[in-house]
Write a protein that binds this ligand. Structure first.
Ligand code: SAH
Length: 251
């Protein structure tokens, strides 16, 4: 099995594939001002197995297009949508976030939790803007520094892994420079990491290693995840994900 197949095997059993929580999604929904509106069109980009897509379809009067480049994750979402009676509301689409097949100006909201880093925040907010209606809302979560200064080891790790890591004020300035105005920002709480992401992930390590016959490649993946978790625990005062909710302004 190659590394991508191993990562799919490790992450497909999770409710979510990145930090977040139903409460955080609700908080962003409140900032987005979409509740109670009728006939919305919403895209969830980098949806994974789709817990956020399901919540959006439950909370909003909306058709949700859930996009991921991994069909294995989308199949899980299709199954869950069927079980929850949301099949009519959620359409899955296997596509790259860098090459989305949408018409311009069609969405009331573009949602993306823990995924825009795959193309980079700045490239993502620029590329996706055209798919929003004027007044449409972008809601994205993104790795963010919580302080102006931080320990060197932490700074070096994330600058190597994701050079676009920056403070919320820098991310907000990018939104303002690219045709959006901010509706709100909040950092994800520790619960979003520990109870909703890292905890459940750690609980799957043993079964994953068993399934993979303790292969070297599988052990390397678990060890990289463990290192990231240790780094988070040690330095969580300095870094989290920020949730940014912004409105597309008229041209
Ligand atoms: N939004 C989900 C998943 C976050 S993990 C959640 O919050 O649980 C990031 C997701 O982005 C993964 O499902 C991964 O398959 C997807 N992804 C990564 N690169 C992508 C790309 N280029 N195009 C589309 N999806 C991508």
């Amino acid at each position: 099995m190659d590394d991508l197949a191993l990562l799919i095997d490790l992450h497909i059993g999770g409710i979510r594939q990145g930090p977040g929580s139903p409460e955080a999604t609700d908080q962003a929904l409140a900032l987005a001002g979409l509740m109670g509106k009728q006939g919305l069109k919403v895209a969830d980009i980098g949806c994974g197995t789709g817990t956020v897509s399901l919540q959006l379809a439950e909370r909003l009067n909306a058709d949700v297009t859930a996009v991921d480049f991994l069909p294995e994750f989308l199949a899980k979402l299709d199954e869950a949508a069927q079980t929850k009676g949301l099949k009519e509301r959620i359409k899955t689409l296997a596509a790259s976030m860098e090459d989305l097949p949408f018409e311009e100006g069609v969405f009331d909201a573009i949602w993306s939790e823990g995924a825009i880093y795959n193309m980079g925040f700045e490239a993502g907010i620029k590329a996706w803007r055209r798919f929003l209606k004027p007044g449409g809302v972008l809601a994205v979560s993104e790795l963010s520094w919580l302080t102006a200064k931080r320990p060197d080891a932490l700074d070096a790790h994330w600058n190597a892994a994701y050079p676009e890591v920056a403070t919320a004020s820098e991310k907000i300035a990018q939104l303002e420079a690219n045709g959006y105005h901010l509706l709100g920002y909040f950092p994800l709480s520790d619960t979003c990491w520990r109870d909703h992401y890292y905890g459940p992930l750690q609980a799957r390590f043993d079964a994953f290693l068993e399934r993979q016959n303790h292969s070297e490649a599988a052990k390397a993946i678990v060890s990289a995840e463990e290192q990231e978790i240790r780094l988070y625990e040690r330095y969580k005062a300095y870094v989290s994900y920020g949730f940014y909710v912004a409105e597309r302004i008229e041209d």
